[in-house]
Design a protein around this ligand. Sequence first.
Ligand code: AMP
Length: 383
Amino acid sequence: MTDVILPGAAVGVLGSGQLGRMFAIAARRMGYRVHTYSPDTDTPTGQIADVEVVAEYDDLDRVREFARQVRVVTFEFENVPAATAAACAEVTLVRPGGAVLHTTQHRLREKTFLRESGFPVTPFAHVKSLEQLEAALARLGTPAVLKTAGWGYDGKGQVKIQSPGEAGAAWSKLETSEAVLEAWVPFEREVSVVAARGVDGSFAHFGLLANDHVNHILDITVGPAPVSTIIRDRAIEIARGVLEQLDVVGVLCVEFFLKPDGELVINELAPRPHNSGHLTFDACVTSQFEQQLRAICGLPLGSTEFLRPAAMANLLGDAWEHGEPDWAAACGFPDVKLHLYGKLSARPGRKMGHLTALAPTAEEARQLVLAARQALTKSHPIR
Ligand code: AMP
C-alpha cells in the first residue's frame, strides 16, 4: 500500500449534514483532522469538524483551496456537482471517484448502468414529454412512479400514477423536462446492503438490513434482517458486483425491493454511508462511518460483526411539533442510544436524529426502539 493516509492527516468532506457529522466523529476519534465544505454555517458536520469552509459548490477556486488542505476528499451526499468533485481531483485524491458520483447522482444514468451491467433493476422508461409518458404507461402498466431523472431523495421529485388518466396531472406536477417512469414493484419488504471496498479491492458488508418507510422516508431499520440466508447472500453478491463494477473506493449502499417470490430488484444506490446503516455505529465492531474513513485512507477494512442485533428509528422534525421531545424519557431505556444531529431548526420531515436499540433479537430491538421513541412524545404521540 503506497498511499496510506494515517491518523494525524486531514480528510475533507463535501457536504455538511448528519452523514458528515458521524463520519467526522469516527475520524476525530481515530486522530484525523476533518475539514467540511458546504454553503451553510454551523452545520451538523461543521460542529464536529476542525475546519468548516462556508462557500458555494460552484466557487471552484474555494473548492481547490479546500482540497489543497486535505489528503483525500469524500462526500456525504451525492448531489455535489460533478465540477466540484473534478476541481478537488485536480489537487488531491477524491474517493469514491467522480465517475461514481456521476453515475449515482442521476436516476436515469444509474438505472441505465444497472440494466446494462446485468443487475436486477425495476423496469423503467426514459420520459421527456407527456406523449412519451403515455406511451411508457401503456408499456409498463399502472400503478407506476414518475421520478425526476436527476436530483431527488426521500421521495422528493416523484409522483405515483394510479391509472393512465392521471398522466397529464403527474407530468405537470413533476415540473421537469426529463423523468424516469418506473413500474410499481409490489414488494414484501425493503432491504439494503451497506458495503465498503478498499483501495486494494477488499470488500466488507454489514449483512442485510430491513427497512420500513413512512411517506417515502426511512422510518425503521432492523439488522440483521429477518430473511433467509439464501436471499441475504444473493443481495450481498449483487452489492459486491455493483461496488466492483463501479470501482468504488469507500462505502456504497444498495437499496432493494424484495418481492414475495424472493426476487430482489435494486431500487437505488447511494455512494456513501446510508441512513439504514446508522445502527452500525452502536451495533457493530466497525461502523459504516469508520469503514468509509478506512476505505478512503487506504487502511485495511474493519470487522463488520454485529455485537448485538439492533434497530434504528429516525427522529423527524415532526417530533418537535408540540415542543422539545422528552430526551430524559428516551435515555430511561438503558439499551437505547440517542443521536442528535445538532440541526438548528426542526421542520416536519427533516431528519433531526435517531435512536438505536440493542437487544438479544432483532424483533426485541425493534419493539424497544419503538417504545423509546414513543416515550419521547408520550404526552402527545407522533405516530
Ligand atoms: P426513492 O426515493 O426512489 O428511494 O423512493 C422512496 C420510497 O418510495 C421507496 O423506498 C419505496 O418505499 C417507494 N417506492 C419508490 N419507487 C417505488 C416503486 N417503483 N415501487 C414501489 N415502491 C416504490
